[in-house]
Ligand binder design. Sequence first.
Ligand code: ACO
Length: 473
Amino acid sequence: MSAVKSLDGPQSVELFFNPKSVAIIGASAKQKKIGYVIAKNFIESFKGKFFLVNPTLQEILTHKTYPSVKSIKEDVDLVVIAVPAKLVPRVLEECGEKGVGAAVIITSGFNEVGGEGTKLLEEILEISKKHSIRLMGPNCMGVFNTSSMVDTLFIPRYRLKRAPQGKIAFISQSGASGIAFLDWAAGERIGISKFASYGNASDVDEADLLEFLAADKETKVIAMYLEGVKEGRKFAKIAKEATKTKPVLVLKSGATYSGSKAALSHTGSLSGSDKIFDAVVKQTGMIRVYDWEEMFDIARVLAYQPAAKGNKVAVITNGGGAGVMIADEIEHHGMKLAEIEEKAMPELKEKFPPHVTLRNPLDLAGDADNERYQIAIKSALDSEAVDSLLLVCIPHTPGIDLESFVDMVVDASSKSKKPLVVCLPGGRISFGIRELFEENGIPTYPTPMRAALSLAALVKYGSLKNNDLDTKS
Ligand code: ACO
């Protein structure tokens, strides 16, 4: 019998992320099968015990297989089910008899297709209730936890490199949205704490996962992709509590007639009124985003930089055009350019050449070197008139020593409590430098718009933390 089976609430959701033992039902030896990829994930990296279940094989990748979950002598906390829909009720009944606590059902073909599928869903819900098994899915990708290495994602690792351990949790009704986010994170070496794709939300839903992640010490930011909300009141209540502990980003699709029809056939979700959802977002203190890129950009800034105390931004650049664009974006996103304090002027005048005009955005000019940046950064971060710093660097100019530039900015940021983001435009030359910044916890963006939007999220989160809800867009 599973040790934690009888618990409700966030503790029972814990079983999906931190099981001691897992059985993969429908494990296969055929490389193109979903059951093969999942089995391989567990073989390669799961930190607990796992059992491969397949009635026709003796072994998979040299690991013993079991003909059924009931033939496993040891306790099984979690099962991952990847057999065709019509077999799921029988398999789940066996899991119930075995005393399994939780099941991720990868299989599609339930209420999202209607008819027989809806009847099958009713059947498995009844079985799960009878045996107190928590269900994730059906029609989902399931769970990825970078600490326990539960990994039920059926995308081979050579196609989706797994993201490193980090502070962002991502929950997604859609598998594809989840994959896009994880691939991005892996590519940019942004750390993930936990991931769940929960498909049709037949039992464990967005509110259950949100409640669990709000209490999770490894998670600093929660990002969610939703197509519908199963129980509006429950979700709003939990979201309001969750935002008291950490930022919650939400991307909700199905806003239009066409989008809501697509959501219904994708995960069987009812999208509901977008206006009502928007009101819930505002009342609960979540931050709404509208695209994968926006979600990814904002999630990482919230994970690695502190909330801003106010909306006054210092901009330092070595490119005038970028400075002008940033100035526009700052205003578009409800922030203000900070004044350079009078008391800072004499030192800046003395240390900078006459062609550097002392105003914000502070354009250090095309011949700026690291030292000029260092003086400007220190002055901005020390200034009482500045709440955050947006640093632009055009990396192509000859005066910048790129590697020590990263060290210098990281050092300055580590000595300050103010948020700092970098805009580093350009192609090949910029990739490695952006990566170095990211690895050191400085969110770095290729365009002024993305950098300003992300900084604005820190300002917004700062104001939400001060219970100043709804005052900024
Ligand atoms: N116990 C254990 N294993 C069993 C059992 C059983 N009772 N019965 C059969 N099996 C084995 C089979 O023998 C087979 O193993 P084999 O490869 O050695 O023959 C394995 O389980 C799988 O069964 P198949 O009949 O071969 O099924 P298949 O792998 O073709 O399909 C699947 C199963 C993948 C679950 C399919 O039905 C399905 O649902 N596919 C879609 C999945 C999906 O897209 N999910 C949602 C994604 S996320 C989103 O965007 C919402």
